[in-house]
Design a protein. Structure first.
Ligand code: HEC
Ligand code: HEC
Length: 478
């Protein structure tokens, strides 16, 4: 091996700040420690917490989510916990001795050391501090207008019990609390803040986990340099050039039939390019994109070209327009049935997608990052990607098996190839640099690493849920 390899592999494994896009709340939220609102169901989880320096005992995960609207930042923690205990009742008391969740928020990404803290135990006692350079109050802080609720809110105490399974904290914080440090309150879509969430305390298994990993030697949640990055999303998911194209899926289906009957002597089947006319649905820039422009082109034809006007009724032309929109829409533009939260679970666990794909900074690196895939691909393309094996591995993802002269076998993907050297991203997620002199045998696989067997592995309902999750992956700006 080249000595360089050590260097490159370590660069790849550098600790990364966690990242998350805070979506706008899609429904009103009642603060009751029950996360049953559509807004919470739609919100993606922030991803697994990292156990930075906690070694002994069971590791229990936390599902944290953030949402926002013009007035509030909403935070929820769903803490799996087989041993729940909490005793501190005093406002601003040492709640982190108990089972406790925390969020530290720095609204100015250039000054992460200016941060405000919320620490809440399982019986609903809260501690707040303000660590910003302008704050001259005492060691604790009174944020304005915060509403929150914990599962055992108000109980005199919570002892560990055999039925312990999980507990929840739900909170909303008026955004005006952040106006000293935030660039805008409320934030503008695309604004970035830095923050971290954590779990601590209780008699058994004190967890010490955080959303954004905290690299050694630090063993403190008060490490602003490790705060993750969050970005506030735009007003609606999946805006294309600032304008969301809407169409009725039922009309689009009717239009599909009409199209394949009346337009394919020139255009191709299913909107593909034909012998005498261009594709209507391929990924390219179109001359005509609004409903009015498309209606005019289909109804009246395009003067000076081979595109004729159509004798179809106006209602049928509208169906055709809906169909053309559906061909062009990315997945996030269309209504996708299925439960995205369940899809996210499948992505992490049963379908094993996270092994190879990153979403919002979490997951494997062998496959492409899918954080924005819903805005990049159509629903049909997403379905095909996970159910139809490609005839050949696409460019940049050529799987390979190499045996070195020293007898080591490396499986992975060819990332770069020069006359005498290969750069291979191994299935071990390390980058291997090899010269031809170091290679005894090389075998190029003919199948992509992407399994494309989701239809066999998942039930039809699960497949819908997974597609619902993928279709909502759309970063507003990055
Ligand atoms: C006789 C051949 C022919 C038939 C039949 C035909 N088209 Fe076309 N169509 C064309 C040609 C050629 C163009 C490209 C015109 C240009 O160069 O701008 C076109 C362009 C279009 C465009 C504009 C694409 C863009 O991106 O601007 C739309 C929309 C369209 N056709 C829809 C339809 C529909 C819907 C039907 C069936 C009702 C249909 N066409 C039938 C030949 C045809
Ligand atoms: C063993 C690694 C591996 C696993 C597991 C895996 N993928 Fe992939 N995936 C890849 C690779 C490599 C590619 C790129 C090559 C290709 O498209 O065949 C890819 C491509 C994709 C694409 C196309 C991306 C684009 O830009 O069009 C999607 C979508 C996708 N995967 C989703 C999934 C989902 C959903 C799952 C779980 C059901 C999954 N993958 C499981 C490795 C994997």
């Amino acid at each position: 091996m080249l000595p360089l390899r050590a260097l490159v592999c370590c660069l790849l494994s550098l600790p990364v700040l966690a990242q998350y896009t805070i979506q706008r709340a899609t429904s009103p939220i009642v603060i009751d420690a029950v996360l049953d609102e559509a807004a919470w169901r739609d919100a993606p989880s922030m991803g697994d917490f990292a156990f930075n320096w906690y070694k002994a005992g069971d590791k229990e995960q936390t599902v944290a989510k953030l949402l926002w609207d013009d007035e509030f930042l909403y935070v929820s923690w769903y803490a799996r916990d087989k041993h729940i205990s909490a005793y501190e009742k005093q406002r601003h008391g040492p709640v982190s001795k108990d089972d406790c969740v925390e969020i530290f928020i720095a609204p100015n990404p250039a000054k992460p050391a200016n941060y405000y803290t919320w620490e809440i135990n399982a019986i609903g006692t809260m501690l707040n501090r303000n660590r910003s350079d302008w704050y001259t109050g005492g060691p604790t802080w009174e944020p304005d207008g915060v509403e929150y609720r914990a599962t055992f809110h108000g109980a005199a105490k919570k002892d560990e019990a055999p039925e312990d399974d999980h507990w929840i904290v739900e909170m909303k914080v008026p955004l005006r609390n952040f106006s000293r440090d935030a660039a805008h309150t409320p934030p503008l879509p695309g604004d970035e803040w830095r923050l971290n969430l954590s779990r601590i305390g209780g008699k058994t298994n004190n967890q010490l986990s955080s959303w954004s990993p905290i690299p050694p030697p630090s063993v403190s949640f008060h490490t602003p340099s490790a705060f993750g990055r969050v970005v506030f999303s735009g007003p609606a998911q999946g805006r294309r050039g600032g304008r969301r194209i809407r169409f009725d899926p039922a009309e689009a289906r009717a239009g599909a039939e009409l199209y394949n009957r009346s337009c394919t002597m020139c255009h191709g089947l299913n909107g593909a390019a034909g012998d005498r006319a261009p594709a209507l649905g391929a990924q390219r820039r179109y001359l005509r994109s609004t409903s009015e422009e498309l209606f005019d082109a289909v109804k009246n034809g395009i003067k000076g070209t081979g595109m004729p006007g159509s004798p179809l009724s106006e209602a049928d032309v509208r169906k055709m327009v809906a169909y053309i929109h559906s061909l062009r829409a990315t997945a996030v533009d269309v209504e996708v049935p299925g439960n995205p939260a369940n899809g996210q679970q499948l992505f992490q666990a049963k379908a094993n997608c996270a092994k190879c794909h990153m979403v919002n900074g979490r997951g494997g690196i062998l496959g492409p990052d899918l954080s924005s895939i819903g805005a990049e691909r159509s629903l049909a393309a997403l379905r095909a990607a996970i159910t139809v094996p490609k005839p050949l591995p696409p460019r940049g993802y050529q799987p390979v098996k190499v045996t070195t002269t020293s007898g080591v076998t490396i499986a992975g993907i060819v990332k770069n190839q020069h006359n005498t050297s290969f750069q291979i991203l191994g299935t071990d997620e390390k980058l291997h640099l090899l010269t031809s002199a170091q290679i005894r045998a090389i075998h190029f696989e003919t199948k992509s690493l992407m399994p494309a067997d989701a239809a066999a592995v998942l039930t039809p309902a699960e497949l819908d849920d997974l597609l619902a999750f993928l279709s909502r992956l759309a970063r507003s700006r990055r």
